[in-house]
Design a protein around this ligand. Structure first.
Ligand SMILES: [Zn+2]
Length: 250
């Protein structure tokens, strides 16, 4: 992390009329959440259950819930880190209008970013939803039912299937969130990518949308990304330390 890069980022933040932050797994690995897609990550050892399999197979639904509850202690105990706190501080100052995230861990909300300013492209694993009526359901009672009956419950309101509120492989992207993310992206003059390798589309299309619309593009990631060559500033370093240093210079 070069001091002049931090100063550049700080200057860009100071000059921005409206910034948008876009986050991926790399911001949450600093809180101890594994990156499922990385080499050696969970999905290289155990293939993810795609949406069609979940809907069509009771055994796959049981397996999906078994896996989810096996991770509950981790998800229930993780805390936002310096990166999340820096983003929340920029939202609090009014510099950042929206946080678009590929993460499902709720850590931006936990760090104090208002619900209305977080756009979750891949949903949220901290609660569940009925696939038919959209009713929100909490995980604790689902777990009690699962452990008692060996099956997840169906939706009490409509009898539909209950799934974590995440977007699985093969599941349609959430229309409202995609539209909100597009509006936020087109409304910003500074787009900051934090901890995404920018390979998972359509989410990875937003930085280029911002760039084509005239915004400046900053990428902070430990490793090179697919879109480094298009960015106005690239910093290959930890997110927490970089953002904290940039904010300190504001
Ligand atoms: Zn329902």
């Amino acid at each position: 992390m070069l001091p002049e890069d931090v100063s550049d980022l700080s200057n860009m933040l100071r000059l921005a009329r409206r910034a948008v932050v876009f986050t991926g797994a790399g911001i949450s690995t600093e809180s101890g959440i594994p990156d499922f897609r990385s080499p050696g990550g969970i999905w290289t050892k155990m293939s993810p259950i795609d949406f069609d399999a979940f809907v069509s197979s009771a055994e796959m639904r049981r397996e999906a819930w078994r896996r989810r509850f096996a991770m509950e202690e981790m998800f229930a105990s993780v805390k936002p880190n310096a990166g999340h706190e820096a983003v929340a501080a920029l939202v609090g100052r009014g510099t950042v209008s929206h946080v678009i995230t590929q993460n499902i861990d709720n850590l931006h909300q936990d760090s104090g970013v208002p619900e209305t300013q977080v756009i979750e492209l891949h949903g949220n694993t901290r609660y569940a939803k009925c696939l038919d009526c959209g009713e929100r359901l909490e995980l604790a009672p689902i777990r009690v039912h699962f452990e008692t009956h060996g099956e997840p419950p169906d939706c009490a309101a409509c009898g539909g299937l209950v799934k974590t509120a995440t977007i699985s492989f093969g599941q349609a992207m959430p229309e409202i969130e995609m539209a909100r993310a597009e509006r936020a992206t087109l409304g910003c003059d500074l787009f900051i990518v934090l901890g995404s390798s920018l390979v998972v589309y359509p989410a990875a299309g937003f930085p280029m949308l911002a760039k084509r619309n005239g915004a400046r593009l900053v990428i902070v990631n430990r490793e090179p990304t697919e879109q480094d060559e298009f960015a106005d500033l690239v910093i290959h370093a930890g997110i927490g330390e970089t953002m904290r240093a940039a904010i300190a210079e504001l």
